[in-house]
Design a protein. Structure first.
Length: 160
């Protein structure tokens, strides 16, 4: 089943990197009682993701917060060390919470997997963005094919 507007974010655990090192973080910790803008990318350090997707959310972080978004999070089917390195490379600081869905369990749970085997990438996440309020999806923007349009920060800002 593919996630849709009105659905609750399913229970899942990601990995993130904190001051003491890698640590698990649950969807409840991320979404409960908060307004969250989450965007997903097929892979860290990939061209569109690094040149457009993360920089857009970083550039507009203050605008998201001004419109009531408490957390901006980026998720990818990569390990926590790759996500930490990518966050440092992109200089996200505290603006974007970098989430590792290392085994693709979250992508599978919401029905937004991407078969990247033909590119040697295995199973990944589709490119999308969503807005959730207290764990309920209020906007969901899934890209078609290799496009980068509806999951962009600017597109989501217009939805707020």
């Amino acid at each position: 089943m593919t996630l849709k507007v009105g659905d609750h974010i399913p229970a899942a655990t990601f990995m993130t990197f904190g001051p003491e090192g890698p640590r698990p973080i649950t969807t409840d910790e991320i979404f409960k009682g908060k307004t969250v803008a989450l965007f997903a990318v097929p892979g860290a350090f990939t061209p569109t993701c690094s040149a457009k997707h993360v920089p857009g959310f970083k550039t507009h972080a203050a605008e998201f917060r001004a419109k009531g978004v408490e957390t901006i999070a980026c998720v990818s089917v990569n390990d926590v060390f790759v996500m930490k390195a990518w966050g440092a490379d992109q200089e996200v600081g505290d603006d974007i919470l970098m989430l590792a869905d290392g085994n693709g369990a979250f992508a599978a749970a919401i029905g937004l997997e991407l078969d990247g085997k033909g590119f040697g990438m295995g199973v990944r996440s589709q490119r999308y963005s969503l807005l959730a309020k207290d764990g309920v999806v209020t906007e969901l923007n899934v890209e078609a094919g290799g496009e980068f349009r509806v999951s962009a920060a600017e597109y989501m800002l217009a939805q707020l």
